[in-house]
Structure formats: structure tokens, C-alpha cells
Design a protein around this ligand. Structure first.
Ligand SMILES: [Zn+2]
Length: 348
């Protein structure tokens, strides 16, 4: 049985106790473009639990869970700071954040996990769920949100994430509140800040910051001790670099990503250096016209010269896949490969 409610033992950090950060205003939108859902209460909510296709159930960053993982999922809830828990089902992580006004759940993962999480919350806190926030659009992180439904719960995502979820008929409870640039959530004695950094992975993938604990969470496009996922098929490498640069400029000390371990800014700087060098090396070989197999070997050898890159989990298994996928992506973006050969041999 997985151990539940264990204290975090894999990351020691100093306790950061901030003062009261209550804004007194519930939700505060940042920037100009704010989704129509703000201020509209729950009226816009669209239930999705029974209407969607299941055909896309496995898309997302990490593919379908193995049969064994699906049949007997490993789940845990780890308290990583005051009133702040990191949740996990197999390789997927989320958060639960407690404030005076209630509990904020970051990512429902799937129906089984969300139902299980709801059954555990009473042991963690006497507060009800007040908010469900989705990190992005992908089914493997945000399915089953309807399992967390209760009176007064607000569902929040970036506008692009909700649009995608609705289009793909993803089986979850869609957001009733969306935002364009950012949204601040007032939990009473604690503020939670959501920010959009542009395209990076899927659609509408955001950061979540808890200022009083100097914590930041990003799902999929920032990792601290593991390689980027396989061939990065659903990612945008330039966006990953740009968004990671943005979050490094923000004020936080602990990164709790949606996969693998937690770390600090030093680890995220190492990750940024990796994805930046990966991109630049791939671009050089695309421009030089190096055959892909040979280029992947050369790029893997170059990246492998850096000890802190080699130390990333899955380095040997995924470095060539990273290179092959990024070269393909860059070639298409820069127009080196036409993925749809023109009919009749002409270009328009
Ligand atoms: Zn993921």
C-alpha cells in the first residue's frame, strides 16, 4: 500500500512564513483579457462527465498508463509545507492548497484519482473544496474533475485549456472561470496566483504560485530531475525555453512540477540550460542538413559532456528521442520540411 500523508522527506527546505496576503476581493484578474466567466459564478459551468468521447483518453504528455498502473494505481498525499500537499497518482502530481475559505485542488488527474482524493480530504483539513484549477488541457492531468463537484466550488483554467477540453470532449467538469494573462485567487489568509506564459505544452498551460510559501508549480514543461518527455511531440521547444525563462524571473524557492521530483531555482536553471542547448544543437544540425540518425548521435554526445545533464533521470533512454523530435519540430517550423507535399508539385 502506498504511504499516505507522509511528510516530505525528499526535499528539505526552510520554513517561510509570510504574513497575511488576503486581497479581500475573491478573484482578481491580471492583465487586459479576462474570460467571460469571471464574476459569473457557476452559471457558465458545463458538465462533461457523461457526454464526451473517450477516444482521446490517453493523449497528454505521458501517454496511457500501463495496464498495471491503471489497475493498481500508486497514490499518495505528501504535506510539503503548511497547509500545502503534493498529490500523486503513479507519475502524475498535483497539489492541494488550504486557505481560510477552503481547499484549492490543482489538477484532478483522472476520475479514479479525483474520487479517491475527495475521500481523503477530510483527514487533511476541515475545510471544504472551494476551487479546482486545471494546469492545462491534457486528459492525463485534468480528467474526472466532476468528482470534486460540490456546492460553491469554482472551476478555473486558462481560456485555451477550456476551449481545447470542450472541443475534444474531454471527460471532466469544464472551467466556469477562465483567464487570459493571469488570475489571483483569494483563499482568505492565502493568495494563489495563476499566470500564463504563452505556448509551451498543449494548450493553456499555466504556472501556479503560492507566495506565502514561495512555491511554484508548473506541469509538464518544467522538470527538475528528469529529462523532457521522450520526443516532445506535444511540446513547443521555443515556448518551453521562453516560458521557463519567465518563471525563473518570478519569486519562488520551491518548484513542485507535475512529474518527478521537486527542486529549487538551481535545478530549474540546469533544466533551462539543457532545453536551450538541445534546441540550439538541433537547429545547427537542421541547418547543416546532418542526416537525422547521425545528428541525434552527435547531439546526444555533446549534451552528455555536461555532468548535470547526464544526471537527469532518463538521460540515456530519451536524449536521442529529445533530439530527433526537436529537430523534426524545428525543421517544420522553419520550413525545412513540408509536411503536406503540394498537390501537382507547386508551392503557394
Ligand atoms: Zn504530464
Amino acid at each position: 500500500m502506498p504511504q499516505i500523508f507522509k511528510k516530505s522527506s525528499d526535499f528539505s527546505r526552510r520554513e517561510i512564513l509570510g504574513g497575511s496576503l488576503a486581497l479581500g476581493g475573491g478573484l482578481t484578474a491580471i492583465g487586459a483579457g479576462v474570460g467571460a466567466g469571471i464574476g459569473a459564478g457557476l452559471g457558465m459551468g458545463i458538465g462533461a462527465g457523461s457526454s464526451g468521447s473517450t477516444g482521446f483518453a490517453s493523449f497528454g504528455c505521458c501517454g496511457a498508463a500501463s495496464a498495471q498502473e491503471a489497475a493498481n494505481p500508486e497514490r499518495e498525499i505528501v504535506e510539503i509545507a503548511r497547509g500545502l500537499w503534493r498529490t500523486r497518482q503513479n507519475r502524475h502530481h498535483g497539489l492541494v492548497i488550504e486557505g481560510q475559505k477552503g481547499l484549492l485542488v490543482f489538477d484532478s488527474i483522472d476520475q479514479g484519482f479525483a474520487g479517491w482524493l475527495k475521500s481523503q480530504l477530510g483527514q487533511m483539513s476541515d475545510k471544504p473544496i472551494s476551487h479546482v484549477v486545471y494546469s492545462h488541457n491534457h486528459a492525463d492531468h485534468v480528467s474526472g474533475g466532476e468528482m470534486l463537484e460540490a456546492d460553491g466550488v469554482r472551476y478555473i483554467s486558462h481560456e485555451l485549456a477550456r476551449d481545447s477540453q470542450m472541443r475534444s470532449r474531454l471527460k471532466t467538469r469544464y472551467a466556469d472561470t477562465t483567464f487570459h494573462e493571469g488570475l489571483d485567487i483569494d483563499l482568505g489568509d492565502r493568495r494563489v496566483e495563476l499566470r500564463y506564459h504563452g505556448p509551451n505544452d498543449g494548450r493553456g498551460s499555466i504556472s501556479l504560485r503560492v507566495p506565502d510559501q514561495a512555491l511554484l508549480s508548473v506541469v509538464d514543461w518544467v522538470l527538475v530531475d528528469r529529462m523532457p518527455f521522450m520526443d516532445l511531440a506535444r511540446y513547443q521547444i521555443d515556448g518551453m525555453v521562453h516560458s521557463t525563462e519567465q518563471v525563473l524571473d518570478m519569486d519562488w524557492e520551491l518548484m513542485a512540477p507535475g512529474h518527478a521530483g521537486m527542486g529549487g531555482k538551481a535545478e530549474v536553471r540546469n533544466y533551462l540550460a539543457y532545453i536551450t542547448q538541445l534546441r540550439d544543437l538541433c537547429m545547427e544540425h537542421v541547418v547543416a542538413g546532418t542526416p537525422p540518425e547521425k545528428a541525434a548521435d552527435l547531439i546526444a554526445a555533446d549534451l552528455g559532456k555536461v555532468d548535470s545533464f547526464r544526471a537527469l533521470n532518463q538521460f540515456d533512454a530519451w536524449v536521442r528521442m529529445n533530439a530527433t523530435g526537436v529537430m523534426d519540430q524545428l525543421a517544420r517550423v522553419e520550413g525545412f520540411i513540408d509536411p503536406f507535399p503540394p498537390v501537382g508539385g507547386t508551392l503557394d
